[in-house]
Write a protein that binds this ligand. Structure first.
Ligand SMILES: NC(=O)c1ccc[n+]([C@@H]2O[C@H](COP(=O)([O-])OP(=O)(O)OC[C@H]3O[C@@H](n4cnc5c(N)ncnc54)[C@H](OP(=O)(O)O)[C@@H]3O)[C@@H](O)[C@H]2O)c1
Length: 301
């Protein structure tokens, strides 16, 4: 049976995918910078040294590339920007060079990107895959990231780039941080709260990735968001009300967030409506279509 290779598969999305593939009896390997002797399907790579264990690619028909330093973990200093860039572009390049040498190549590659690709507008405009990129740091990074991913087309691989929205799940990503104040009966609206927060439930994302593997005419760029256009304020109020009957909602002024986070504040302060129509037109059905369904499911886990 042929396998899937998950590059950067040890993180939040990768771990959820691992459980999902186990449940679906899909065999997979994981590429990580760390090596775990007890995990026989983990293989090492060190992208900055151009090293990869080529055994990771044996019998692999599909690659899912999730690699990348966390965008919102540390301030965007020049050193950090270099890490954010290299962890995406060097990894893609190393996969590209390795696949190029194989006599039997994988059939399909699915690469992560982010809805940070789009320009941020406080308007009712809904961005789709044909919309142009923004000019912010994050947009520029996404453009370079996607360019490095789309190179796989030249190797004959069916190449799919998924622009992830905020991935919501219990065990990682943004949700635990957003939940924290709600546990103390607090709802924190960021700035005016009108910025949109395109999101996707982690289970929907795993199903969407499998859908992209299985439906052979899926190719190119797709938004991975559920199409529920919610603002930061409604997100915050809905979550706080799910956790507690008595909540004190307050607004954190924009200037405070900017002072605390510098340029990285754009991750919290900017946001657009993003369309899910293109992926839905391929026959994909979202299970978690609104915040109520999403939060009810995550909170009961
Ligand atoms: N979670 C979200 O809401 C969200 C939204 C939009 C886009 N994305 C993107 O989707 C991808 C997966 O997200 P995630 O939440 O699973 O991220 P994550 O938990 O931070 O995991 C990212 C993975 O990338 C690998 N990695 C980190 N730095 C690296 C480096 N310098 N060189 C090579 N590999 C490196 C890590 O693997 P090892 O440490 O094992 O090597 C890690 O498992 C990321 O690229 C992220 O930017 C995520």
């Amino acid at each position: 049976m042929k396998k899937v290779l998950i590059a950067g598969g040890s993180g939040f999305v990768g771990q959820a995918l691992q459980s999902f593939f186990r449940f679906k009896s899909i065999e997979f390997n994981v590429l990580s910078r760390n090596i775990y002797s007890e995990r026989s399907n983990y293989f090492q790579w060190i992208p900055e040294e151009n090293y990869i264990d080529l055994n990771s690619l044996v019998d692999v028909f599909c690659i899912i590339n999730l690699s990348g330093e966390n965008i919102s973990e540390k301030p965007w200093t020049n050193k950090r920007k270099k890490q954010l860039y290299e962890s995406r572009i060097l990894t893609s390049q190393l996969l590209f060079d390795s696949i190029q040498k194989l006599s039997t190549k994988p059939e399909v590659i699915i690469c992560a990107s982010a809805i940070g690709y789009y320009e941020s507008k406080e308007s009712d405009r809904c961005f789709d895959e044909t919309s142009k990129s923004g000019s912010s740091y994050l947009s520029t990074l996404c453009v370079q990231w996607e360019e490095s991913s789309l190179k796989f087309i030249s190797l004959g691989l069916r190449t799919i780039v998924l622009r992830f929205g905020i991935v919501l799940g219990k065990s990682g990503g943004a949700f635990p941080k957003l939940l924290f104040p709600a546990k103390f009966h607090l709802g924190t609206i960021l700035s005016h709260g009108r910025q949109f927060m395109p999101y996707i439930h982690i289970d929907d994302l795993c199903n969407l990735i499998l859908h992209c593997i299985e439906v052979k005419n899926i190719n190119g760029i797709y938004n991975a968001v559920n199409g529920d256009h919610v603002t930061n304020e409604s997100f915050c109020r809905t979550l706080a009300n799910k956790v507690s009957r008595f909540v004190f909602i307050f607004k954190v002024p924009r200037i405070i967030i900017e002072l605390l986070l510098g340029k990285m504040s754009t991750v919290l302060l900017d946001g657009n409506k993003v369309s899910s129509k293109k992926i839905e037109a391929t026959g994909f059905l979202f299970q978690f279509k609104d915040l109520n369904m999403t939060f009810d499911n995550i909170l009961k886990k």
